[in-house]
Design a protein around this ligand. Structure first.
Ligand code: DON
Length: 309
């Protein structure tokens, strides 16, 4: 067994023995019904070695983690022009907050809060039918993970659409400022569906490899994005990836990371590894409770914090 596999298994055992797992999201039945005892941790290192612990092959709802990949796609299409409609500053607010939008003329603080992600999705949809845009997002995920079995959970998407009044409010509000170009329903529909993509930790860690390896997919050596863009996406994940919990995540884990309300986190140790963790119970900011703790222990034991050992 490799040292990495030993550490991953140790942390998995520790997390599975932990009594306080946090509360699962309850706003849709598909998330409310998830067993909070599940836990998975998968690390793919620079050599392509995979270390996996727990429920590594169980698909879960990636939710806001999808925002990393839609941002990557939108930057590919628009380059720096994307920053005319979305900012790059941490919000210090909850993921679905509307408060800053009025004083900031409908421009969302960053691409990872819901408003910012909806604006990014609108950019991807531009000039396409929603179905085409969604197909492009899903195929991108399948390509990055080298796995065609990744799918959209249509029940989750339908529940998101049925309950997504606040997201609809954010989108309409941005539309009133002209920040959303296309039909609000198109951007929202595609947003609800990309949040409903289901992936396992193994698939997610594979999909994140380009961010850990300076923009290139290590198995093909082909660039997905430039090294500069990968570095900048990582910077945004560090500063904004956990909403109002981003400071605490940087303080404790010291790695770029993006959480989802399904309990997943994608974390990147630049030059070293792509890491996916899943534990459905959340903390008060809506980020995975055991997931963050597992990453804190992993980055400490592997000395992977970008701020030094
Ligand atoms: O739009 C929403 O509210 C959800 N589909 C995604 C939110 C989310 O994952 C927030 N992250 N912790």
């Amino acid at each position: 067994m490799s040292d990495l596999q030993v550490v991953v298994q140790e942390i998995t055992d520790e997390m599975q023995a932990m009594p306080n797992r946090g509360e699962v999201a309850t706003y849709i039945p598909e998330l409310a019904g998830v067993d909070p005892n599940q836990f998975a941790l998968v690390v793919v290192d620079a050599q392509g070695n995979v270390a996996a612990g727990g429920d590594a092959d169980v698909p879960f709802s990636i939710q806001s983690i999808s925002k990393v990949f839609t941002l990557t796609l939108a930057l590919g299409k628009f380059g720096d022009r994307l920053w005319e409609r979305v900012g790059r500053e941490p919000s210090g607010s909850r993921f679905n907050s509307i408060v800053q939008l009025e004083s900031e003329h409908g421009i969302p603080r960053n691409p990872f809060i819901n408003a910012g992600a909806i604006a990014v999705t609108d950019a991807i949809v531009a000039g396409h039918q929603p179905r085409e845009a969604l197909g492009e997002i899903l195929r991108f995920m399948q390509f990055l993970a080298a796995d065609d079995s990744i799918y959209i959970d249509h029940k989750v998407a339908a529940s998101e659409a049925r309950t997504g009044f606040r997201n609809a409010a954010l989108a309409n509000y941005m539309k009133s400022y002209g920040v959303i170009d296309g039909p609000v329903d198109y951007a929202l529909g595609v947003y609800f569906h990309h949040c409903a993509i289901a992936m396992s930790c193994r698939q997610l860690a594979m999909a994140g490899r380009f961010l850990a390896h300076f923009g290139a997919n290590p198995s093909t050596i082909l660039p997905v994005v430039t090294p500069e863009r990968a570095r900048r996406i990582n910077a945004l994940m560090l500063t904004c990836g956990h909403y109002d919990g981003s400071g605490e995540f940087a303080y404790r884990v010291g790695l770029p990371g993006k959480s989802g309300v399904g309990g997943g986190i994608l974390a990147i140790a630049p030059g070293k590894a792509s890491i996916a963790v899943w534990s459905p119970g959340l903390d008060v900011s809506g980020n995975s409770k055991r997931g963050r703790l597992a990453l804190e222990r992993l980055s400490k034991r592997m000395e992977w914090s970008i701020f030094g050992a």
